[in-house]
Each structure stands twice: as C-alpha cells, then as structure tokens.
Design a protein around this ligand. Structure first.
Ligand SMILES: Cc1cc2nc3c(=O)[nH]c(=O)nc-3n(C[C@H](O)[C@H](O)[C@H](O)COP(=O)(O)O)c2cc1C
Length: 196
C-alpha cells in the first residue's frame, strides 16, 4: 500500500552561504507547506575523508557514511541541489555518494539504497547557465553509476546571488513554480516507488 512519501533534501555544498543549500531548503519548505514529510540535511554534518581504498580496508567505511545511508533509507525520495565545479559536481558530493555506495550490509544487493529510491536534481550558480552542466554529470553518476531513478525534470537557477528574496523564495515566479512542480513530481514518483 502506498504511504505518504518522505522526502530528503540536501546540497552538494557545505558552505555557510551556499546557494544550493538555499535551493534545497526552499524545496524542503515547499514540500512541507504541501503536507509532505520533508527533511533537510547538511553535508557539513557528515564529514568524511576523501575515499581511499586502503583506508577502507584498514578502517572500514566512515560512520558518517553509515549515518547518511540510514537517513536516505528512511526517505522515499531525495532532492539534491548540486553546485557546478568546472562543469562537473563538487568533490564533496562525489565523495559522499562514493562512500555511501560502499556501505553494504551482509547479503544486501549492490547499490540497493539508490536502486530503491527516486531522485530529483537541481542547481544554483552565480553564473549564467545555473550550473546545468554539472547536472549532466550528476545525472550520470546517479542514473548510470548508482542505478537510481532520476526524474527528467530538473531545476537550474542562474545568477543565484540575486535569485532569492529575504524569505528564501525565488523572486522569479516561473522559477518558483517550476521548483514546486519538480517537488510535486518527486513526491508522486516516491509514493509509487515507495522504497521498492
Ligand atoms: C573550483 C570551482 C569551480 C567552479 N566552476 C564553476 C562552473 O563550472 N560553473 C559555474 O556555474 N560555477 C562554477 N563555480 C562557481 C560556483 O557555482 C559558486 O562558487 C557557487 O556559489 C558554489 O555553490 P554554493 O553556493 O552552493 O556553495 C566554481 C567554483 C569553484 C570553487
């Protein structure tokens, strides 16, 4: 039986003034205002060393990778707001996804946490293109690498330093409405998939 979907929102930046954190927080706020269970997570609360195969053998996966995976597991859908670095995603986001992909309980199929969740992606950048090139990479990592279902709809916010008002909403109505649509589609898809 489908239940009310729980949605997780995070950004690929731990920076205090991060535009992508603002975007993820706004998306979480929109979900919450529409009666959905929404959680915002800050990757700054889940620091992990740069992935290294030798340290994995020696020390195992970091506790924060386990914690983040457990958090993803109690949600049905995930929204990631990803900054664009040199036309790709941030090392923080890639490293986090890499470590989480290495957390595996005995007998658990590979990449189960990603295969059983639906993702929506967005980006915000001070640049003209809104970080859209980084989303191509993120889509590849999630859909091809981690075998997750990623919604075709995505959000890109250019000129991010001027895009948000003092309440954290997008000043441009079309952008705000599009974000609402993406959150609503994520919720609907998450409800159908229901962590299966
Ligand atoms: C190493 C580096 C590379 C960057 N490359 C791009 C880029 O390719 N395209 C872009 O739009 N912005 C680029 N930027 C600017 C980021 O979009 C900007 O720093 C943004 O504020 C980062 O996201 P955040 O505000 O969520 O931390 C780059 C920034 C850094 C530090």
């Amino acid at each position: 039986m489908p239940h009310n979907p729980k949605l997780l929102f995070f950004a690929g930046s731990a920076r205090e003034g991060s535009y992508n954190k603002r975007l993820a927080q706004l998306a979480a706020h929109i979900a919450d205002a529409n009666g959905l269970a929404a959680t915002f997570a800050d990757l700054g609360d889940y620091p992990m060393p740069i992935y290294d195969g030798d340290s994995e053998v020696r020390d195992g996966v970091p506790e924060n990778a386990r914690k983040l995976k457990a958090l993803i597991l109690v949600h049905d859908g995930v929204f990631i707001a990803a900054p664009e670095y040199n036309a790709s995603i941030t090392p923080l986001l890639k490293n986090t996804l890499d470590w989480v992909s290495r957390v595996r309980e005995e007998g658990e199929p590979t990449l189960q946490v990603f295969k059983t969740r639906v993702f929506a992606i967005g980006s915000a950048s001070p640049g003209r293109f809104g970080g859209v090139r980084g989303l191509i990479t993120l889509r590849q990592v999630l859909a091809v690498g981690l075998q997750a279902l990623v919604l075709p709809d995505q959000v890109s916010i250019p000129n991010a330093e001027r895009a948000f008002d003092e309440k954290g909403h997008l000043k441009d109505k079309a952008q705000q409405d599009h974000l609402k649509t993406v959150v609503s589609k994520l919720a609907r898809a998450a409800k159908v998939l229901n962590g299966q």
